[in-house]
Write a protein that binds this ligand. Structure first.
Ligand code: AN0
Ligand code: CP
Length: 317
């Protein structure tokens, strides 16, 4: 594996899971693999889990790890070519990227959708510039359209907790005060569609996701119907994807919040969320605190997903 931007960079889901199982059971077995190799993590947006779990993954592999927060101490970057740079941006990303590449062996990038231009977001312009100009293997730490390290950790978690071969997994939209990217639900759908689980997506009308990620998943607009018999409930907010309302909040309907009444419709489902989560908007206190909540083991598996991917990239150097 050279770059990692989606589930399709693994040869199969089975391959990804068996590699993750080995990493989880033998976290320090490859401590020599990353010796004298430098991992650079570049953040254009905030992070708690991705920052810590990816650093930890690199350290477990014996790597040196450096982190750059673009918005805290680095020069403001221009990303558009051809612009007369007479504003507040001191440096162009076309110089910054190869410079960053010259200081490391592998680069992780977090750059969320900006909701300024749908074609730029869905063209993954920033991530692709890193791939093109850094000269290094690049992996996504949540880019504009996907968050594959999160979905990989989600899949590992479902495999650990499922009690039947084909669990019913329901991804439900839930309300949130601000516009959030579609990266997490896009990737979750992408990964779930590579399994043989029963996978259902539920959201209010207007929140349809890109068909490239939804593929053959069942879309059910009635949340109660979707939740019936669910084994896993994966809650997430996202902003509208369609051209007319791209990046907009169309609804804050609190009847979509995941409460104990909603969970009572399921087959004693486990509750999942990638975090950070807004309590009593997305999910009630009692559900997230219940014994069926997997949010902490799910976050812990972020080390496993990151370490599995970094190991594959290190093996390809
Ligand atoms: C981000 C999002 O929804 O994409 C990151 C989630 C991992 N969430 C927020 O910005 C609150
Ligand atoms: N789930 C996740 O990626 O969390 P952070 O935004 O805190 O990294």
């Amino acid at each position: 594996m050279r770059h990692f931007t989606s589930v399709h960079d693994f040869s199969s889901i089975g391959d990804a899971l068996s590699k993750a199982k080995y990493v989880k059971e033998n976290p320090f077995a490859d401590h020599e693999l990353g010796k004298n190799k430098t991992l650079l993590l570049v953040f254009f947006n905030s992070s708690l889990r991705t920052r810590l779990s990816t650093q930890k993954a690199g350290l477990n592999l014996g790597m040196n790890v450096i982190v750059l927060d673009i918005n805290q101490g680095a020069w403001k970057l221009e990303t558009e070519r051809g612009v007369v740079m007479d504003g507040d941006k001191s440096e162009h990303i076309l110089e910054a990227i190869p410079v960053m590449g010259s200081y490391c062996d592998i680069i992780g990038v977090r750059s969320f959708a900006r909701f300024e231009n749908k074609a730029d977001d869905y063209g993954e312009v920033i991530l692709n510039q890193f791939i093109k100009y850094s000269g290094r293997p690049v992996f996504s730490m949540e880019a504009a359209t996907g968050h594959p390290l999160q979905s990989f950790a989600d899949l590992i978690t479902i495999e650990e907790y499922k009690t039947k071969a084909r669990p019913k997994v329901v991804m439900s939209w839930a309300p949130h005060p601000k516009a959030l990217p579609q990266a997490v639900p896009n990737s979750f759908a992408d990964w779930m569609n590579c399994t043989d689980y029963e996978f259902v997506i539920t959201h209010p009308k207007g929140y349809e996701l890109d068909s490239k990620f939804v593929r053959n998943a069942v879309v059910e607009y009635d949340q109660d119907k979707a939740l019936a018999g669910a084994d896993f409930v994966y809650a997430k907010n996202w902003a509208a994807f369609n051209d007319e309302n791209y990046g907009k909040v169309l609804s804050k309907d609190m009847s979509w919040t995941i409460t104990s009444e909603k969970m009572a419709l399921t087959n004693k489902a486990y509750f999942m969320h990638c975090l950070p989560v807004r309590r009593n908007m997305i999910v009630s206190d009692d559900v997230i605190e219940s014994e069926r909540s997997l949010v902490i083991p799910e976050a812990a598996n972020r080390v496993v997903s990151a370490q599995t991917v970094l190991k594959e990239i290190l093996l390809s150097l």
